[in-house]
Design a protein around this ligand. Structure first.
Ligand code: UD1
Ligand code: CA
Length: 459
């Protein structure tokens, strides 16, 4: 049977106390809405309709091109929101998944099980439910003495007796599509919040003698609805645990998984070792057998195999196999480090390409530079790339030796095999095979120190 899906994402999320619409708050590196959309995609709906309203343009950007959108200009409740999909879906044969955009932990597998259950039981509506230790805030599933679902009652409308019920509505349902839009015409705002509730259609079906049911999640964690930042942090914790476990199963070692933060789209090869307080964000990839020590922070970077990244930050850059970085290095956006490069203590690289086996061991800044292979940067080397207005490029050939504390003022080029004497200020191109000395000559004044107060002769 054909599947359709409706994602509810029009609300403001008042309890988040945020300018950002609630469903755009992120969990493990992507918005809650994208998490929901990914799970929904696993049931391969023929049409997916996302209901947007509050800051609709912003919300649409996140899923642009991936779903149809309908607008709910006034947020009159979840039932009203679903009705907004009527022009797209009403009258089509098939079944429709309705899901809230603020439940990022529901998995695609659970949605598949929900659909199978719905079909096997020939229901008109099936609710995805869970057993909560603390059901406060959720709609409760009211069943009769035979265990049949009668209706859903919201927290604010629940009697004392109903508030004792631990089975909660996750806000996800499968409906017969045609029957859904018929029933929606009958809901009203006669409740504590004065809203149109999608949950009311369950009671309507039931009163019509139609078959409704509930499929209960084995794991309550999945059902978490994020209404405030406390729940957002809880969702983050659950999602990160899932992500880390999947990596462990794939052969990644974690010293302290609870303190290792990996976004959902990060890829990690086998035999990688991650120490505590490692963060890997965005679309980063880490090659096999690499070691990332405590404090390493990687954003949208591609790291090769057998690298060792020691307590360093790498952003939007590529790092080839066998490279060692750190401790305390910063590889900034637009950089590439070729095979076996070593970038050591307090070195910053920005917008530069560095050739194979080149070494910058200590206290160096390399910006807007194109550096060849087998270059050695002495401690304290600086490429001067900025005159206050513009950035200029430094080009350094292969096998160049740059003595310590050299200042290389761009635009400038150092030819292959050249050597820059320590302490030089380089303002002119250096030809291949040349030695460049750009510093004052040393003068020794014999016996002059004897005139000074520090000298033992004067004590
Ligand atoms: C809803 C359910 C409740 C369930 C809970 C699960 C209703 C009446 N209640 O309550 O039974 O236990 O979810 O998390 O449905 N939205 C719109 N337009 C609106 C109102 C809401 O698009 O006019 C969207 C919100 O953006 C949100 C979702 O619908 O993504 C759920 O709305 P929310 O207000 O969070 O519902 P709950 O009070 O949590
Ligand atoms: Ca909610």
């Amino acid at each position: 049977m054909t599947n359709y899906a409706i994602i509810l994402a029009a609300g403001k999320g008042t309890r988040m106390k945020s300018d950002l619409p609630k469903v755009l708050h992120q969990v493990a590196g992507i918005s809650m809405l994208e998490h929901v959309f990914r799970s929904v995609s696993s049931i391969e709906p023929a049409k997916t309709v996302t209901v947007v309203g509050h800051k609709a343009d912003l919300v649409e950007q996140v899923l642009s091109g991936q779903t149809e959108f309908v607008r709910q200009t006034e947020q009159l409740g979840t039932g009203h929101a679903v009705r907004m999909a009527e022009p797209v879906l009403a009258g089509l044969p098939g079944q429709t998944l309705v899901i809230a955009g603020d439940t990022p932990l529901i998995t695609g597998d659970s949605l598949k099980h929900l659909i199978d259950f719905h079909i096997n039981h020939k229901n008109v509506a099936t609710i995805l439910t869970a057993e909560a230790d603390n059901p406060f805030g959720y709609g409760r599933i009211v069943r009769n003495q035979h265990g049949e679902v009668l209706k859903i009652v919201e927290q604010k409308d629940a009697s004392d007796f109903e508030q004792q019920i631990k089975e909660i509505n996750t806000g996800t349902y499968i409906f017969d599509n045609e029957r859904l839009f018929e029933a929606l015409k009958k809901i009203n705002t006669d409740n504590a919040q004065g809203e149109y509730y999608i949950t009311d259609v369950i009671g309507i079906f039931r009163e019509n003698g139609e078959k409704v049911g509930a499929y209960t999640l084995a794991d309550f964690d999945e059902s978490l609805g994020v209404n405030d930042r406390v729940a957002l942090a809880t969702a983050e914790g659950v999602m990160r645990r899932r992500i880390n476990q999947a990596h462990m199963v794939n052969g990644v070692s974690f010293v302290h998984p609870e303190a290792t933060y990996i976004d959902i789209d990060v890829e990690i090869g086998p035999e990688v070792q991650l120490e505590a307080n490692v963060t890997i964000k965005g679309k980063s990839k880490i090659g096999a057998q690499s070691v990332l020590t405590n404090g390493t922070y990687i954003v949208d970077a591609v790291i090769g195999e057998r690298t060792v990244i020691t307590n360093s930050m790498i952003e939007e850059s590529t790092v080839a196999d066998g490279v060692t970085v750190g401790p305390y290095a910063h590889i900034r956006p637009g950089s590439s480090l070729a095979k076996d490069v070593h970038v050591g203590n307090f070195v910053e690289v920005k917008g530069s390409s560095i050739g194979e086996n080149t070494k910058a061991g200590h206290l160096t800044y390399i910006g807007n530079a194109e550096v060849g292979a087998n270059v050695n940067f002495g401690a304290g080397t600086i490429t001067v790339n900025y005159d206050g207005q513009k950035k200029y490029k430094t080009v350094i050939g292969d096998n160049v030796f740059v003595g310590s504390n050299s200042t290389i003022i761009a635009p400038v080029e150092l030819g292959d095999n050249s050597l820059v004497g320590a302490g030089s200020t380089i303002t002119k191109d250096v030809p291949a095979d040349a030695i460049a000395l750009g510093r004052g000559r040393q003068i020794n004044k014999e016996d002059y120190a004897k005139r000074l107060p520090h000298h033992p002769a004067n004590q």
